[in-house]
Design a protein around this ligand. Structure first.
Ligand code: NAD
Ligand code: UDP
Ligand code: UDP
Length: 341
């Protein structure tokens, strides 16, 4: 009798293990906050390619748009929710990519108090959610945590040079607090965290008039307007194409390292060099005009990506010269200005 009963017990346990294992493999429910934005919508495209993923996007459409997600609306594995992350959110998910936050200076300076709330209260709410359901959470932090850096290139161990009371502080300091919250929830509550420090990213679906330098220059070149280089023009940035960025974020999320890890392209350009490059590729006839700059503009920025290479096996593949034409094509379509034969 005992043997018979043991036999049944063993069989039942095996069936349960099989069912649990099957469920785990079959479904990964992934929340993307800010998924209607530029990087977020490309991340949605990438994650939707895997048939085992269910993707939920939460966005308040401040700088994002449903248009960026139109190919997924109505798909059985996709859900779109209008929600502001400064309010609590109750969902059941396995992973959270927390991107919600305006990224362009003109938008994050538009309502700085709201920008801080989004970074602090928004990240707190997503951490509360991660804690309740045991989800892994990735924060898209920024190279702006290094401020106007005194170390070049920037490694993750550099603590930064940030003005706490300037017009950019709502974003820089907001992200710094968000990183602190991530590590405190990790240490205090054992939450699985990942932090990406993203450097300037460009590509299709950027807001055409969001004031960022690559989108400005490409739109200006297409509209045959002068390219506005802000003084002194010798300040540098390093630009990462969006598909490389999305690869880096997914590899960080699915890997074993908390970060912070710099994700960016180390190819460094002055703003004058960038203007020359865009001019040459898109419209050699346009003029380059120097204009006033805004306060606290960092003079140089270039990621040290040794950690991403070593720990994630990641490095960017697309050079600026190869990425600009993809963005030009997208901007021409949206601006209804076809390329001249
Ligand atoms: P984006 O402005 O295109 O996307 C941000 C998205 O978040 C938008 O869809 C917006 O509507 C949404 N959002 C903003 N506030 C919200 C709120 N309170 N509640 C819900 N949704 C909200 O910007 P992006 O370039 O895609 O940037 C995505 C993330 O990457 C941001 O966290 C940004 O800080 C970070 N980042 C971007 C860059 C870059 O160069 N693009 C560089 C460093 C860091
Ligand atoms: N929270 C949320 N969704 C959840 C769980 C929590 O939005 O599923 C919010 C909650 O409203 C709180 C924040 O996350 O404002 C932090 O939650 P936590 O449980 O860590 O802290 P507490 O509620 O104890 O302040
Ligand atoms: N910039 C410029 N012309 C423009 C917009 C920006 O020369 O039309 C410069 C700006 O002064 C800064 C750099 O480009 O030095 C990058 O600015 P952006 O707003 O794109 O990004 P961030 O300052 O956040 O890196």
């Amino acid at each position: 009798d005992n043997v018979f009963i043991d036999g049944i017990v063993v069989v039942v346990v095996e069936v349960e293990m099989f069912v649990e294992g099957f469920e785990l493999q079959a479904n990964m429910r992934i929340l993307i906050t800010g998924g209607a934005g530029f990087i977020g919508s490309h991340l949605v495209d990438r994650l939707m390619q895997n048939e085992k993923n269910e993707v939920i996007v939460v966005d308040n459409y401040f700088t994002g748009s449903k248009d960026n997600l139109k190919q997924w609306i109505g798909h059985p594995r996709f859900e779109l929710i209008r929600h502001d992350v400064t309010e609590p959110l109750f969902l059941e998910v396995d992973q959270i990519y927390h991107l919600a936050c305006p990224a362009s200076p003109i938008f994050y300076k538009h309502n700085p108090v709201k920008t801080i709330k989004t970074n602090v209260m928004g990240t707190l709410n997503m951490l509360g959610l991660a804690k309740r359901v045991g989800a892994r959470i990735l924060l898209t932090s920024t190279s702006e945590v290094y401020g106007d850096p005194l170390e070049h290139p920037q490694t993750e161990s550099y603590w930064g040079n940030v003005n706490p009371i300037g017009v950019r502080s709502c974003y820089d300091e907001g992200k710094r607090v968000a990183e602190t919250l991530m590590f405190d929830y990790h240490r205090q509550h054992g939450i699985e965290i990942r932090i990406a420090r993203i450097f300037n990213t460009y590509g299709p679906r950027m807001n055409i008039d969001d004031g960022r330098v690559v989108s400005n220059f490409i739109a200006q070149a297409i509209r045959e307007e002068p390219l506005t280089v802000q003084l002194p023009g010798t300040q540098t940035r390093s630009f990462c194409y969006v598909s490389d960025m999305v690869d880096g974020l997914v590899q960080l999320m699915d890997g074993e390292h908390t970060g912070p890890i710099n994700i960016g392209n180390p190819g460094e350009f002055t703003m004058l060099e960038l203007a020359e490059t865009v001019k040459e590729i898109i419209n050699p006839k346009v003029k380059i005009l120097t204009v006033e700059n805004t306060p606290d503009d960092p003079r140089q920025r270039k990621p040290d990506i040794s950690k991403a290479k070593e720990l994630l096996g990641w490095e960017p593949k697309i050079k600026l010269r190869d990425g600009v034409p993809f963005m030009e094509e997208d901007f021409r379509q949206r601006l209804c200005v076809p390329k001249k034969a």
